[in-house]
Design a protein around this ligand. Structure first.
Ligand code: AGP
Length: 371
């Protein structure tokens, strides 16, 4: 009923709006007088100090949250982090031992590919921490430890609030590792730690741009394809934006690392092609920002329609943006929490404009329990 959907015609739209609450619930209880506590996990500080390598295994959207985690965890802790599609992991010969921490991320906790990756990792004596949204699901049951995202039930097949909740949970793991092991960047980590708690409010603010993105979505409904570009943590955000559009709007969509453009994808640019660009912060990542501005000017000169997700007050990018969607300024590593939201809305709106059921896209199941 409409009431169940919070006055929306689809659960997905309600779930997009629930993100500030989902984030707050996921973070709640993990901050205790300046320390991160992972109270649901059964890994001690000593266990975290013993880790010498991290693998993240996951599928689809959860995999994208893992790609984001790599940027944060490697920077904060200087531990090497590999992020792997769960379906590939056990079919090669990953190097694992008892000092390897495997983080298995799964909303449902029932994804067969991820479950098999967990079994493989445990068989090799690695320690497995599950990040899961479903109490008592198979993946947390078979893991050594679990950190629950508290996003609440997600009905829409497309992951939205569970994605941002996974990003937050991954950060909690990264911060807990940094805390147990020490960090080269104590000031920066302290700032990101403090700002993480402010993220539900930042996401709430992004939701006010939804109307602009909706009308843009309706304009793009007849496009043949959409490209997504980003760098640094904006790259996985671009991949996720493209996945949302494929699964909901059945439209060809690809995400690229913007630095790769000149190595091939720029050949795809043609007149009228919509290209969504996730900008880094002009202050936080000035060098990457300048490189992306130059990418955008190149693709605009070749006729692309540029749709730019940028930090509020980013005036240098304005002349190159056919459409500018502003998001609040937050520390770079936390930016995916705000920049992902407009991309979710864009995909949902394009799909609706094309007449599709965004809660039940064709050929897809909410949880994929076969390999
Ligand atoms: C997300 O929009 C997809 N429907 C899908 O990629 C999903 O994220 C993937 O199947 C993993 O599911 P899980 O988090 O339940 O393991």
């Amino acid at each position: 009923s409409a009431a169940e959907k919070g006055g929306h015609d689809y659960f997905m739209l309600k779930e997009i709006e629930e993100q500030p609450e989902a984030l707050a619930n996921t973070l709640r209880g993990h901050f205790d007088s300046g320390r991160i506590v992972l109270d649901e996990q059964r890994l001690s500080d000593q266990d975290l100090r013993d880790v010498d390598k991290v693998f993240v295994v996951a599928c689809g959207t959860a995999y994208h949250s893992g790609l984001i985690a790599k940027y944060a965890i490697e920077h904060w802790t200087r531990l090497p982090v590999e992020v792997e599609l769960a379906s590939e992991f056990r079919y090669r010969d990953p190097v694992l031992d008892r000092d390897t921490l495997v983080v298995a991320i799964s909303q449902s906790g029932e994804t067969a590919d991820t479950l098999e990756a967990v079994r493989h990792a445990r068989g090799q004596k690695a320690r497995v921490l599950a990040i899961c949204n479903t109490n008592g699901a198979q993946i947390p049951r078979e893991s050594d430890a679990v950190l629950y995202t508290h996003a609440g039930p997600e009905v829409g097949v497309a992951a939205t609030k569970t994605f941002t909740a996974q990003i937050a949970a991954n950060y909690l793991v990264g911060l807990a590792l940094a805390q147990a092991r020490g960090t080269k960047y104590p000031d920066e980590v302290a700032r990101e730690f403090a700002e993480l708690e402010a993220m539900p409010a930042a996401v709430h603010k992004v939701l006010s741009t939804v109307e602009q993105v909706r009308s843009l979505g309706r304009e793009l409904a007849d496009s043949k394809a959409v490209l997504f570009l980003g760098r640094h943590v904006g790259f996985p955000v671009a991949l996720e934006g493209a996945l949302k559009l494929k699964e909901l709007a059945y439209m060809h969509a690809e995400g690229f690392a913007a630095g790769e453009l000149k190595h091939g994808p720029i050949a795809l640019i043609e007149s009228g092609l919509p290209v969504v660009v996730v900008m880094p912060s002009p202050k936080g990542r000035a060098v990457l920002h300048a490189k992306l501005v130059s990418n955008i000017s190149e693709i605009q000169a070749r006729g692309a329609r540029t749709i730019v997700i940028a930090e509020e007050g980013d005036d240098t990018v304005r002349p190159f943006a056919d459409e500018l969607v502003e998001v609040p300024a937050v520390p770079t590593l936390l930016q995916p929490l705000v920049s992902s939201v407009p991309l979710q809305v864009l995909a949902a709106e394009i799909a609706r404009a094309r007449g599709y059921d965004v809660d039940k896209p064709r050929n897809l199941a909410k949880s994929v329990t076969v390999e």
